[in-house]
Design a protein around this ligand. Structure first.
Ligand SMILES: NC(=O)c1ccc[n+]([C@@H]2O[C@H](COP(=O)([O-])OP(=O)(O)OC[C@H]3O[C@@H](n4cnc5c(N)ncnc54)[C@H](OP(=O)(O)O)[C@@H]3O)[C@@H](O)[C@H]2O)c1
Length: 327
């Protein structure tokens, strides 16, 4: 049965942290992979899952940076993976599958935002390739381990930035329209949300459930490195002195708050038997009308997902296109 796109309510909220939502949950015997688990939201996710007892694997395109970031987390495994390089995705998955371990939790936190136009070796636009296609391929290759878990969760770390753009199926890679960095980011984050919808539909028969997550606006991660200080200030994420604004009710969160929803989706028993929904503030998001757009821009509407980011038909179409693009 399809899970309703509306709050449970979970009892958690915008200020909840990853530690809050994992309290009382024992992940001993569970295996988790956290892409991007060596920076920002992913790093905190890896830390909290490990502290709850999970075996944690962090795929990294920069092994030395990953080793430095994870040096205080004994037992976390690091393996090479570059989401822009399909062969490295296959190699990572083959290495993991060769261990014979099931995979109970996959958190797809790696991502890039508003980068200058770049393409991978196949010619695919880099934000779509990294944020969506790389993770699509990773899930496909890890499928046997997810099924073997007998109850697995995949968390697609999306963003409210999905509002910048739907998936533009006629020109996924900006070949026929001017490149706009935030439109490309928005398209990739809508793709993350749609991926969770279709992955859940296809996976639930095998016990694989999927969730999409908006973490909040967390300015002290590495994500905004391609965004100018003016744009960051205009978004309200820093004050006039450049200090991060902390106001979780308006989505301006710390890293522990930003990691909370993904950890909740990965591990909470409150979501048993559910999936295919977009979540934020450690709860399922409400579905909101597109007419609320002005409120979102003015900052009065702070939560909610639009229909186009959870539309089952678009999700099915994206799946077929992604299968073709990743062969
Ligand atoms: N921070 C926010 O306000 C916010 C808001 C909404 C959604 N999100 C989402 O949250 C997720 C985590 O972002 P963050 O804020 O924690 O950013 P971050 O600190 O920059 O972390 C992103 C991670 O992704 C890795 N990565 C990037 N490209 C990769 C590739 N080709 N292959 C493998 N790994 C790659 C980065 O590795 P390198 O260090 O090697 O580049 C880094 O470890 C992203 O999906 C982002 O879209 C963040």
């Amino acid at each position: 049965m399809t899970t309703a796109q509306r709050p449970l309510p979970s009892g958690f909220g915008p200020a909840s942290t990853a530690e809050d939502v994992i309290t009382g949950i024992d992940l001993t015997g569970k295996v988790a992979i956290v892409t991007g688990g060596y920076s920002g939201i992913g790093l905190e996710t890896a830390r909290v899952l490990r502290a709850a007892g999970a075996e944690v694997v962090v795929p990294a395109r920069d092994l030395e940076r990953a080793k430095a970031a994870l040096k205080d987390m004994p037992g976390v495994e690091i393996e090479h993976l570059d989401l822009m390089d399909p062969a490295s995705i296959d190699d990572f998955a083959a290495t993991f599958l060769a261990t014979g371990r099931p995979l109970h939790i996959l958190v797809n936190s790696a991502g890039i935002m508003a980068t200058p136009l770049a393409r991978d070796a196949r010619g695919d636009e880099s934000q779509f390739a990294t944020n969506h296609l790389g993770h699509f391929q990773l899930v496909a290759r890890l499928w046997p381990a997810l099924v073997a878990a007998g109850g697995a969760r995949v968390v697609a770390v999306s963003s409210r930035g999905f509002r910048f753009s739907p998936v533009v199926f006629d020109d996924l890679h900006f070949e026929h329209r001017p490149y706009e960095p935030f439109a490309a980011y928005g398209q990739s984050k809508t793709a993350n949300a749609l991926f969770a919808v279709e992955l859940d539909r296809r996976g639930r028969v095998d016990g694989v459930r999927a969730f999409a997550v908006h973490p909040g606006t967390i300015i002290d991660t590495g994500l905004a490195k391609h965004v100018s200080a003016d744009v960051v200030r205009a978004a309200g994420a820093v004050d006039d002195e450049g200090r991060p604004v902390r106001d979780p009710a308006r989505q301006f969160k710390t890293i522990p708050q930003g990691a909370a929803t993904g950890v909740w989706c990965a591990a909470s028993p409150q979501l048993a038997g559910l999936g295919g929904v977009y979540c934020e503030n450690s709860d399922i998001s409400p579905l909101v009308p597109a007419s609320g757009e002005a409120g979102w821009r003015a900052g009065t509407e702070t939560a909610g997902v639009l229909e186009y980011a959870v539309d089952p038909e678009a999700a099915a179409r994206l799946w077929e296109v992604s299968e073709r693009l990743t062969a």
